[in-house]
Design a binder for this molecule. Structure first.
Ligand code: APR
Length: 320
């Protein structure tokens, strides 16, 4: 059987890391696409030359021609600009919206059957716009944010408790921004919910609140340290987890920016929710119940995402 084809639209920091991970995990042949002259070809060749030592079988190539992504099974989109210190994800809206328009057209023409994972920020609005511009089915277009936000939350919790990250599950919903909603009640250590761990004296509410805030600021913390760009190792790893769930039909339960129409009281919008990802793309949105406080946080996050979508419509009337 032929190897799956993975198209990476954007060959910058995240794109290059995605390509390397896809190769090492032998998920398929990789085509890197970028408008920057020589960048996708250079990264593809560099990664291919790591193959003999690492011992993977995967073809790596680079292009600036959308025709070369033809027939891709998965497209992961990182094209656009990343944050610099002092910028919020929302500051990227105008520039990256134009990028989504060209990427959406390229995917629609050459890879209309692909499972598309968008990473470009501001995430929830960009994945919505990419879906609109591409016209692909909603369940085949989603955004990577919740896996990353949850991974950050899990990392901080594992450090706090001195336990393996593998035994910490966490749940972050809502938009990928300052209003994201880490849900303590649905986050556990070895199956024990965080509120119970407070009762057991493992941590305090204050410490947990500080971890939740650090999770919300997780992207900004890294932008502040790097000074020249934003995070890329963890974002790439998170998107690869989603791509693998699709390619191997794993039916993974993963939070992602998915199209929600009916569940969680929402009518037709993209926002971070728990989903099941398998060979059918986003196969299910899990309609969890929230308490009053959680619902209020989620509603405010949904409001922020709607504001960004309206801003997109204001910039590009073809989206209205
Ligand atoms: N088509 C294809 N590629 C493009 C386009 C376009 N229209 N416009 C820009 N690019 C490419 C750039 O040439 C660059 O190589 O997108 C790449 C982006 O790479 P980086 O600047 O290194 O950014 P990265 O860290 O990979 O983040 C990409 O993901 O997490 C988000 O906020 C982040 O929006 C940003 C995106």
């Amino acid at each position: 059987m032929a190897r799956p084809k993975i198209a990476l639209i954007g060959a910058g920091n995240i794109g290059g890391t995605l390509a390397h991970l896809a190769a090492v995990k032998e998920l398929g042949d990789v085509i890197l696409f970028d408008i920057a002259d020589g960048l996708p070809q250079g990264k593809a060749l560099d990664i291919a030359e790591s193959g003999p030592s690492e011992g993977f079988d995967a073809k790596m190539s680079g292009t600036s021609d959308y025709a070369d992504i033809a027939g891709a099974d998965v497209c992961i989109v990182t094209a656009g600009v990343a944050r610099k210190p002092g910028m919020s994800r929302d500051d990227l809206l105008g520039i990256n919206l134009k990028v989504m328009k060209s990427v959406g057209a390229g995917i629609a023409e050459h890879a209309p059957n692909a499972f598309v994972i968008c990473i470009t920020n501001p995430l929830d609005a960009m994945v919505w716009a990419l879906r609109e511009f591409s016209g692909l089915p909603h369940h085949m277009v989603c955004g990577m944010a919740g896996v990353l936000d949850s991974a950050r939350f899990r990392h901080f919790l594992a450090e706090e408790f001195g336990v393996s990250m593998r035994d910490v599950t966490a749940f972050v919903l809502g938009g990928h921004g300052d209003t994201m909603v880490p849900l303590a009640r649905y986050s556990t250590v070895g199956g024990i919910p965080l509120p119970d761990l407070i009762d057991m004296g493992w941590t305090t509410q204050d410490k947990l609140d500080a971890i939740i805030q650090r999770t919300r600021d997780g992207g900004a913390e890294i932008v502040g340290l790097l000074k020249t760009g934003s995070a890329y190792y963890a974002p790439a790893t998170s998107a690869i987890e989603m791509a693998e769930a699709f390619l191997k039909d794993q039916k993974r339960v993963l939070p992602c920016a998915a199209y929600v129409d009916g569940a969680l009281g929402l009518n037709g919008m993209y926002v971070g929710v728990p989903t099941v990802i398998g060979a059918g793309g986003v196969e299910r949105v899990i309609d969890i119940k929230m308490n009053r406080d959680e619902q209020a946080m989620f509603d405010s996050s949904v409001g922020a995402v709607k504001g960004l979508v309206d801003a997109c419509k204001g910039i590009d009337p073809s989206l209205t």
